[in-house]
Design a protein around this ligand. Structure first.
Ligand code: XMP
Length: 514
């Protein structure tokens, strides 16, 4: 039985490459994403026991679509699972027949299993699966047999009966019934890899690695926010270098209610002594005065943040390292192949700093997904209010305030966000949604308070369900819960005369309004 072998996900530009990799890890098999052209280098390094070809937006019939030397890949004798584009690539390269545009299937589709091969072990005869394709395999290559078929007659899976398997549908997507079981069958039965990967077991190794890198008289600096990534990073580094870690929390005044105190208490409890909280809220607010444009607000906050962080870092002598909470999806963008990504929103970080200040980088979480970071954080004893808190943008409440950021709007935004969070927690729904928050608009709504006419603010509640923030569904909120939130906001927060609910998914919208 193969021991501690990894899965390699070859990214053909599909939006689900990270999802495939995450599913493998959830099944206890460490996985990495590579571009087609990096594949053979990675395989030659060894330790790979499963290869998965991802989906992709292009047609395999398009001469410029991403390719791989499939015969060379097969020669490594490692089991291969092709998904969507991967399924079609195998069919086309090995002599099967593909038709374009004849059958298009998007979303939930029923497929009939023709042959119970090992990939479908323990599954019923029919499955509802998630599909997204315009090209269709209509004849498998010689030596392959079709193992399932859709109602429209598309060959939805096939195998050579030995090492090569493929599915037109996406087993990694939760809408596919038994999708996890299919991936499990591939990894366990076909590849013979038992579950071995557990991120919590890596903590000692992560600490030892930092100890071996950082010299005994060298200091490390770390920018912490309230987020689980930066707090976990700081905790690991502190366990490695003790008081030679200096944490800086730039409080831009745009944090959630009580967040600064909460993070300070948690970090101190964890044992981080060199923690400096820089109260810069006036500096940020004055820079944001009169600024309405969302990108301009983000640019100003990002620039000011780096400036302050650098000023503080220069006050500490002997700093050689910058610890950053970079995680795997920050580092390995998926869906790169054949597609240019437009700038939708700029995110701020301290990325330019190492070069300017001649610092070396420590990124202990660089190989982990968010769920894995949370697991590590829990094992390190980081309090649950930080571990399970919803994602929060770096520029803070400024992106939840449409138009100019003023003290008045900021106060409303902070209170309304706290009410939404509290009500979702009380309803037992907080951990079930990706984000639940409140937005303050620039426009006004006429209200009556007592007998008075009031020109008040509009607050929009936004709740979304998502797996990674890349796409999101709007949450179909319970009306009683919405009513409770709306009542509390209008009663408790002066000058709010309307509460609305955002009913648009991403795309076409984004999650945050600015
Ligand atoms: P959008 O609004 O782009 O957000 O659909 C996707 C996810 O990213 C979060 N977000 C940010 N996170 N810095 C961050 O670290 C940022 O500037 C930023 N802007 C948005 C957002 O909350 C959502 O989870």
């Amino acid at each position: 039985m193969a021991e501690r072998l990894k899965a390699l996900v070859i990214d053909f530009g599909g939006q689900y490459a990270h999802l495939i990799a995450r599913r493998c890890r959830e099944l206890g098999v460490y996985s990495e994403i590579v571009d087609p052209e990096e594949t053979f280098k990675k395989l030659d390094e060894g330790g790979i026991g499963a290869v998965i070809l991802s989906g992709g937006p292009r047609s395999v019939l398009d001469p410029d679509s991403p390719k791989i030397d499939l015969m060379k890949l097969i020669s490594y004798n490692i089991p291969i699972l092709g998904i969507c584009y991967g399924h079609q690539l195998i069919a086309k390269t090995l002599g099967g027949e593909i038709k374009t545009g004849r059958i298009r299937e998007y979303g939930r589709t029923l497929v009939k299993i023709l042959e119970k091969d090992v990939l479908f072990d323990g599954l019923p005869d029919q499955l509802m699966v998630w599909m997204s394709h315009g090209d269709t395999v209509v004849k498998p290559p010689r030596g392959f047999k079709a193992t399932s078929i859709s109602e429209d007659g598309a060959i939805t899976s096939m195998t050579d009966g030995a090492k090569i398997y493929s599915t037109q549908f996406h087993p990694e997507v939760t809408h596919t019934q038994y999708g996890e079981k299919i991936l499990e069958n591939f990894l366990r039965i076909i590849c013979g890899i038992e579950a071995w990967w557990n991120p919590g077991d890596r903590i000692k190794e992560l600490i030892d690695e930092i100890r071996s890198k950082v010299g005994v008289d060298e200091k490390v600096i770390c920018a912490v926010s309230g987020g689980v990534d930066s707090v976990t990073t700081a905790t690991i580094v502190s366990k490695a270098v003790g008081d030679r870690l200096y944490c800086i929390f730039v409080d831009h005044g745009l944090m959630r209610k009580d967040e600064v105190e909460q993070v300070e208490n948690s970090l101190r409890r964890i044992g981080i002594r060199n923690l400096k909280i820089v109260d810069a809220h006036e500096r940020f607010l004055s820079k944001l005065k009169g600024v309405k444009d969302p990108e301009e607000k983000r640019r100003i906050i990002g620039e000011e943040f780096i400036k302050i962080f650098e000023e503080e870092a220069r006050k500490i002598s002997g700093i050689r390292w910058l610890a950053q909470g970079t995680i795997y999806p920050d580092r390995v963008e998926s869906g790169r192949t054949g597609r240019k990504v437009a700038l939708i929103k700029s995110h701020h970080n301290v990325g330019a700093l190492p070069k300017r200040m001649n610092l070396k980088l420590i990124e202990p979480l660089r190989d982990f997904y968010k769920d894995e970071v949370r697991e590590i954080a829990r094992k390190l004893g980081i309090p649950d209010e930080i571990v399970s808190r919803h994602p929060f943008p770096g520029p803070g409440l400024a992106v939840r305030i449409i138009g100019e950021v003023t003290e008045e709007k900021l106060k409303i935004c902070r209170e309304a966000n706290a009410i939404v969070e509290e009500e979702f927690k009380k309803a037992g729904l907080y951990d079930k949604v990706w984000q639940a928050f409140a937005v303050v608009c620039d426009d006004r709504w006429v209200g009556v308070m007592g007998d008075e006419r009031v020109l008040g603010y509009i607050v929009i509640i936004r709740v979304v369900e998502s797996v990674d923030g890349m796409t999101a569904d709007w949450h179909k909120i319970d009306h009683n819960l919405l009513e409770r939130i709306s009542n509390r906001i209008t009663r408790r927060i002066p000058k709010v005369t309307m509460v609305a609910y955002a009913a648009t998914s991403k795309p076409p919208s984004t999650i945050e309004p600015c």
